[in-house]
Design a protein around this ligand. Structure first.
Ligand code: IMP
Length: 221
């Protein structure tokens, strides 16, 4: 019988993505829903610490209990801006709610150049994601990153969070990110995540990368 992975998330898109990755390995993914306010986002410096705290808190809510042979997964992400020493990082959701994309553009207003490549260097940032999986008392962590830069202006279109102001660096043929100024086989041609379709964003996704990193460490069920 397939082992169940309980995924603590309120986001159906994330659930679907995790299912697509884990089902072929023989796991069944189910959404772990807890009452709002049950899991407290800790004050922590790293995404790993946030994820670990959420796992510890959520364990008490595993439907079959800790001895059920089920697994528990959480995932956390954030935007880390180099010129701001990594801010907003672990508090990205809060920063989005408070200063938002426009506030972030204001914080970086002094960092721009006529030369796009130079702007892309001055305003470098990256999305990072951590996927953490609790398996019988042991926690595995997968890390994913998506380097790029904070655009000079916000774009219209789809996307959530800081998507409208984040442009990823190009990727080489192996899917690895390049330094600014280098053209890769995969490029948004300067467009932000907010200005490209979801399926194109997936190719760069820090989340997918974190999940893949986790799965590399995971035995088949
Ligand atoms: P979460 O841990 O996945 O909920 O991400 C925390 C916060 O980071 C979100 O509320 C967004 O502000 C930001 N963030 C994370 N991933 C992305 C992304 O792919 N695009 C835009 N913003 C993101």
């Amino acid at each position: 019988m397939a082992r169940t992975v309980w995924f603590l998330t309120g986001n159906s898109g994330k659930l679907e993505e995790a299912t697509n990755h884990l089902e072929p390995l023989g796991y069944e993914v189910k959404q772990l829903i807890v009452e709002k306010g049950t899991i407290i986002e800790p004050q922590a410096d790293t995404l790993e610490e946030v994820a670990q705290s959420k796992i510890s808190q959520a364990l008490a809510h595993l439907p079959g209990g800790e001895d059920s042979n089920d697994l528990l997964m959480v995932e956390d992400a954030g935007l880390f801006v180099d010129a701001l020493n990594g801010f907003p990082g672990v508090i990205s959701a809060y920063a989005l709610k408070t200063i938002g994309c426009n506030g972030m553009l204001k914080l970086l207003e002094h960092l721009k150049s006529e030369d796009t490549v130079q702007s892309a260097q001055l305003r470098s940032a990256e999305f990072q994601a951590v996927a953490a999986l609790w398996n019988n008392g042991e926690i595995l962590y997968g890390n994913g990153r998506c380097p790029g830069w904070i655009a000079l202006a916000s774009s219209e279109g789809e996307g959530f969070g800081f998507d409208p102001i984040f442009t990823p660096y190009d990727l080489d043929a192996l899917g690895e990110p390049l330094q600014p100024g280098n053209y890769g086989v995969q490029s948004t041609h300067g467009k932000t995540f907010g200005a490209i379709p979801m399926h194109e964003k997936q190719v760069y996704s820090h989340r997918t990368r974190a999940l893949n990193d986790l799965l590399r460490q995971l035995p088949s069920a």
